[in-house]
Each structure stands twice: as C-alpha cells, then as structure tokens.
Design a protein around this ligand. Sequence first.
Ligand code: GLN
Ligand code: ZN
Length: 761
Amino acid sequence: MTSTIGSTVLGYPRIGPDRELKRALERYWASTIDEAHLRDVARAVRADTVRNLHEAGLGSVPGNTGSFYDHVLDTAVTFGAIPPRYTRLGLGPLDTYFAMARGVGPVPPLEMTKWFDTNYHYLVPEIGPGTRFALTDRTALDHFREALEQGVRTRPVLVGPVTFLLLSKPDSEAPAGFTPLDTVDDLVAVYAELLGELHRAGAEWVQLDEPAFVADRGPAELAALAETYRVLGSLTDRPNIFVPGYFGDLGEALPVLASAPIEAIGLDLRAGAPRVEDLAALPGLRDKTLVAGLVDGRNVWRTDLDRALSTAATLLGMAGEVAVGTSCSLLHVPYDVAAETRLDPQVASWLAFARQKVDEVVVLGRALSEGRDPVADELTAARETVADRARAERVRDERVRRRLAALRPEDTRREDYETRRVAQDDSLRLPPLPTTTIGSFPQTTDVRRARAALRRGDLDKAGYTARMRTEIERVVRLQEELGLDVVVHGEPERNDMVQYFAEHLAGFAETDHGWVQSYGSRCVRPPILFGDVSRPAPITVEWATYAQSLTDKPVKGMLTGPVTILAWSFVRDDQPLGDTAKQVALAIRDEVADLESAGLRVIQVDEPALRELLPLRVGRQRDYLDWAVAAFRLATSGVRADTQIHTHLCYSEFGDVIDAIVALDADVTSIEAARSRMEVLGDLGAVGFARGVGPGVYDIHSPRVPERAEMTDLLRAALEAVPAHRLWVNPDCGLKTRGYAEVEPALRHLVAAATEVRGSL
Ligand code: GLN
Ligand code: ZN
C-alpha cells in the first residue's frame, strides 16, 4: 500500500456545468422524462467531471462525487438505512430514494438540515435499534468501474461511518437514551464489505469524510472514531484509507486519526492550521500521507500560491507524504469562472471557481514534488493576481473606512425599551395582539415575468415600476380588506432577499452562471462581496413610501440584515468578517434612516441566518455573536424612539444564540413557532426576553390552510408565556413561495383568531 496522492480535490460540483442535472431532475419529477433519460444525463455529467479532473493532472481523482439529491441520503441508501415507511411504498429504488428526499402523498420526507456551517442542506437519516444495515446499493462501486472504463482509477468518496451516525437522528421506534452511534459496530461491518468490493474492483484509495470531528466531541465519540478506524484499518482486503476532516480543525480527533492504521489524513488549513509542534508530536503521522487543504473549497478567491507553498513547507517532514488538496469538497463553489462573460474583468481575474481551483491544486502539487521551476509561470501569474487585488482601488473606499473609524459606542445603542414602547404605542395606536405578516406576498407569474422582461431589456424602467406599483397596490388593498394591522408592500421587486440588496450596494459583483447547490435540484447564485460596501442610493424607499401613500395603516419597511447578507454571499477574505459586517451594517443603517425620514414608522430587518454562521466550536462562538449582534444594532439603532424596529428569524431552536437574540434589542421579534407549539416562548422568557414577540401561528412551509381554531389555540398557549401587550400575531415566515388560494383564507383565519382572542382578554 504505497501509492501516493500528490494532488487532489475532496469533491466537485455535481449539478452540471449548465445545471443539466437540475433540469433533468425536475423534468423527471414532473414525469416529462423517464428514468433512463435522467440516468443518461447524470452519467454524462459524471463522465465529464472525471475526464476534466483527470486531464487537469490531479494525482488522485475523487470518485462517487455525483448524486441525484444529497450525499448523506446516498450513504443512508448505500448501507440500507431506509425507514420502513419508504420501503412499504413498494416503489423502485430510484423512486424510493426520491420519496426519502421529497416525500410522496401523505408520507413525509426525511428532515432536511444544514450541512455544518455551509449553505448546503442534507437529509437527516433516521436510525433505530431496528435498523438493519446491509449493502443495499452499489452505486459507488458502479461509478468506480465506469470511471475505470474511461481510463481513470478514481478514489471513491463516502461519508465516514462515524460522521454519518453523528448526523443521523434516532427513529420514532428508538427508546429514550438511544443514540444512532450505538449502532456503529454494525454499520462499520457493512462499510468493511464495501471496502472489500471496491478493493477487488481495483480501487487503490477510498476517502471517508469525517467532518463531524471539527466540532466539539466527547470521549465516547472520539472512542467510536478510534475503534472504527482500528477495525477498518485492520482489514486485509481494502484500499488505502484517506480520512479528511473539514470546515475547522480536527482538534482532539487528530491524534486519534494519527495513531489509527489508515494511510492518509486531510486537514482544512484554510479554517485554522494546527501548530507545527502539535503535528511534530504525532509520530503516527510519519508513515502517512498528509493532504494539506491549502485551496479554499468554500470561497471563490484565487489562492495566494506563495503563501500556500510556505505553509506546505512547514509540514514537510511531519508526514511520509505531504500532498496538496482543497480544504473541503468543491461542492460549495460554482463550476467555472470562464463561463462568466459579463463579470467585470478585473474582479473575474481575482476569482477561482471549481475548475480554476483544480488547476491551483495541480500547480501546488507540482511545485512541492518537482520544485518551483516547472510551474514558475503559474506562480508568477498567481502572485500578480494576488497583488493586483490587494492594491486595487475599487476594493478600498476611504469614505467607508473613515466612517467606520469614527463610530462611537452610542452608535449601537437606542433609548431604553420602556421609553421606546411608550413612544411607539403613542404613535402607532395598535390594538393588543396586533396582526402583521413577515414581508413577502406570493410571487405571481406576472411579477416574475416583469422582472425577467426588465432584465432582458424588453420592459423599460417606467413600465417595470408601473407593474410593481400595481402589484403593491393590490397587496396593500388585500391587507386592508383582511384587516391586518401593520401592512407590508409585499416585496414583489425582489428576486431574493440577499441578491436584491447586493445588486444595489457598492462592493458586490453578480455572476450569471455562479450556481451552487443548496439542496436537491435547488441552486443559489450567491453575490460576491469583493470590496468596501456602501449604499450609493436609497434601495427600498420608493416602494415602501408608495405603499404608505395608499393607506393610513402603518406600513412596515422591509430590509435584510447584515449577517444574513454575509451568510448568503461569497465574502472577501482579506479582512475580518466582523469588519465587513460593520460596512454592510452602515449601508443598511442609511436605508433605515431614509425609510424613517420618508415617514415609515415600522421597519423590519430580517436576520434569518443569524444562527447559520455560528462557529462549530463553542470556544469561537462568543466572538462571532459579539460582532453579529453589534452589526445588527449598528444597522438599526440610528432611529427615533418612536420608530419600531422588527426583526425576523426563521427558526425556533435558538439554543446557543438565545442570549444574542435578546441582545439584538429589536422592539419586536418574529420567529417560527407553529410547528413547535409555542415552546420557544418559554425559552425566551427564561432568559429575560421582555420585548414584543410574534411567534408564527401559521406554518407557511406547508400548503395546508390552518383553521381559525388552531391559531386561537396557539395564541392562547402563547398568552401563557407572554403578556397580551407584547404578543404579535403573524405567520411563520414570508409568503412568497405560497399561492393566493392558500394565503388569503389562511390570513383571514389568522385575523379572525386574533380578534377572537382579543375579545376574551
Ligand atoms: N421578509 C422576508 C420574506 O418575507 C423574510 C424571508 C426569510 O425569513 N427567509 O420573504
Ligand atoms: Zn423566515
């Protein structure tokens, strides 16, 4: 077992360079193509990936990087962890798989949640004492053979068994105290079977990802890791085993892996390099390959190759082989910068998407093994690019920097809440249990068409404005008719709550093809934040003031918060994220001030992503929460006491961020609560939260129209935890993904429920 890795990437985008697989999936689900057609598309995308990676000159090409939906779901199906509610459907393998991903009829899908701190979502496997692991699906093996026929001996990539179980949840049959990790021995036995089959098919390496170990883990979990790789490593019939941990540092898991009988370990050096002394203290590394994750798999900037090489140099001698890799899978970046034709050429020259990152890895690999000379040109070009970006005028805006330097502590503080409450009550004169929505109304085909026509140039600015005004008027009239107390303009002009703001702020660039998979067939196109951020002109004021001109009811201005804007963009890596957050906060602060001057008395600043950026290790969370809260406060504290600031968070499991939510100091916070039956209110009360709160009483994630009585019950439950003068009545989230056929009756019931409960106060 002496084969080397040299250079590699840990994974690759899989939706197709032109989103071919996305479209094929959606057509298959709509029954316009058959399974054979879908499989053909997937095979072509796969073959293309393998060929590209091979021809680029990677030392080791990853295999099994494709997926019809999600790689955690693939792992569950591979090893037979399919809950009986899906097997009972009696569908073929592919439709059973899609049933787990999307549900069918009354059978709900697996729960979906975020893959660590990325914007990718995976399906949560359900494991119980009754789960019988078995090698149920041999896709990894088939794809290995397929690539071999293409002349490429790939390195199949699988989610490692321990991470797989740590990401799973106990199924409904599991007794109290059961954890999926209890089944690790059984699962590892089936991994062993697959490793044997792969080996016999000719695989020299297999990659088992264990990113769960970059978060804090207890002794039982570390022991499971040690035992798993002792068992797998002791097999005689197996490929070499490569275990990467990414999105952070492996911490205590590193010595465990270093002393395990495996052949390679991958470190994410972009997320924090281990100290050289710590590595030197791990004799187990000496006969292993260390895959140095030097090229950022999650961000889009060209790598400083000189710096990467000097980092690599410090590792030489620590391990038997030092190979070059990406920090994590390239799943999290778009395919190819070359596809961007409208991007500013200077900004484009600073970027590396997946295809460019492969080249960087190859160059670094060659520099390490052959010396700098053979790649001198590439190194020079990279050095010039890095220097160009560092000194580019467009990256720095001295006005923004001076403004930041002049900030004082009082710029993030408002009057005390009691003063504000009295002033706001006086100005707004709302009934108890005021009703409102979270911002967006259904995006009709007409609205989408108008936006597309404007983009194509088929509709001029004036025509577009007229169409949006018509829509805003319709939405405002509807809300008046329904009897909502605080109305919104409905957000028809927004394609996406982050992209819309990025398009209007200086310091951001937009791509045409920069799609990244979010889940299944869903892709997002994150804006690229490359320079100092400012707001050249008001963004939402014309729409909000138009809405306010139509009604005497207070209109709630609607903005996206700085943390969410960062979380859903590619961010610059040349300054601390907290500094970037302040710049975005100042831009939003300007918009808040203009909305206030224009006569808006209520302004909502959404922060649904506040929890998403939370660092995986507890020790790093405080610092993040400090700057995140400060950014929100900077954005929202420039207003008068009688201006009411709302915020909206998309979830109810606040866990580690609950104190931060209190610290945001918003006058009203709307949250998801319908699904958890208002339990969150108790949690908020327990930490002393005493502001307005709008626990969602209508679950907009489902097409169901809730009855008035259900919402009345929820409101009465909420009143157990929150006094009437602080309780707001609203749906769980924005309505843009729903249709009017559901939204109208649901809001009618919501207003009726509020009226009924008010009557009995
Ligand atoms: N105001 C946004 C909307 O209603 C909030 C969306 C969100 O929370 N993700 O669509
Ligand atoms: Zn939401």
